[in-house]
Design a protein around this ligand. Structure first.
Ligand code: ZN
Ligand code: ZN
Length: 212
């Protein structure tokens, strides 16, 4: 009987010690900052401490870059997870950008869109393609083979193939565009291409005579 009582006491003490440990632990977390505006040192998305590389939005809320990228990806019109402010600019800035993604959105132009379009490459999306061309991170001289036996070609080549006049005009108006003379020569028989090249003063010097 005596023994049991003392055992109980020991157990009670153990429980007390455990509670103290837990409480101390909680205090430590709270000191570091727990959530949102009252605790600015913690990422409001994952509740972990922020690092010096964290991202600050215009509404002055801070997040881990990878946490905010994850959030931006799920939002059609990205809002701040804390205050719901428009954070589209921040999302655009931090999103990993791959110029090759444009080939998911370019497809047969209006003239040929009725033909079967290989949807495994993506969904034709004129607005998204246009948005990518306008992004300062976009490499206008990107090349890919698109799984085509003819090998690697530039975006210029594929837009000509797709007869996508609007996107081609947009591409040609880009100051950093360096056209591949061989590709231009290959398409020098297409009047609409030549017209666009002339319009945007992008006829390669060596082909000027050919395109007169
Ligand atoms: Zn985070
Ligand atoms: Zn905010």
């Amino acid at each position: 009987m005596k023994q049991t009582r003392s055992n109980n006491r020991i157990q009670k003490n153990r429980i007390k010690a455990k509670q103290n440990r837990t409480r101390k632990g909680r205090n430590r977390i709270t000191k570091g900052g727990a959530t949102t505006p009252e605790h600015p040192h913690v990422c409001p998305i994952c509740l972990e401490n922020l690092t010096p590389e964290s991202v600050r939005t215009k509404c002055k809320h801070e997040f881990h870059e990878k946490c905010l990228i994850g959030w931006c990806k799920t939002q059609e019109e990205p809002n701040c997870p804390v205050c719901r402010s428009d954070i589209k600019t921040t999302c655009t800035e931090i999103m990993p950008f791959d110029s090759l993604d444009i080939f998911r959105y370019v497809g047969p132009g209006k003239g040929v869109r009725s033909q079967s379009w290989n949807s495994t490459r993506g969904e034709y999306n004129y607005e998204k393609a246009m948005e990518m061309i306008h992004n300062p991170k976009f490499d206008v001289n990107i090349r890919t083979d698109l799984g085509d036996a003819r090998g690697e070609h530039s975006l210029f080549f594929w837009l000509v193939e797709n007869q996508d006049k609007e996107l081609l005009a947009e591409l040609l108006s880009h100051k950093d565009l360096a056209l591949d003379t061989n590709e231009v020569a290959e398409h020098s028989g297409k009047k609409w291409v030549v017209d666009l090249l002339k319009q945007h003063k992008k006829v390669p010097k060596s082909l000027k005579k050919l395109m007169m």
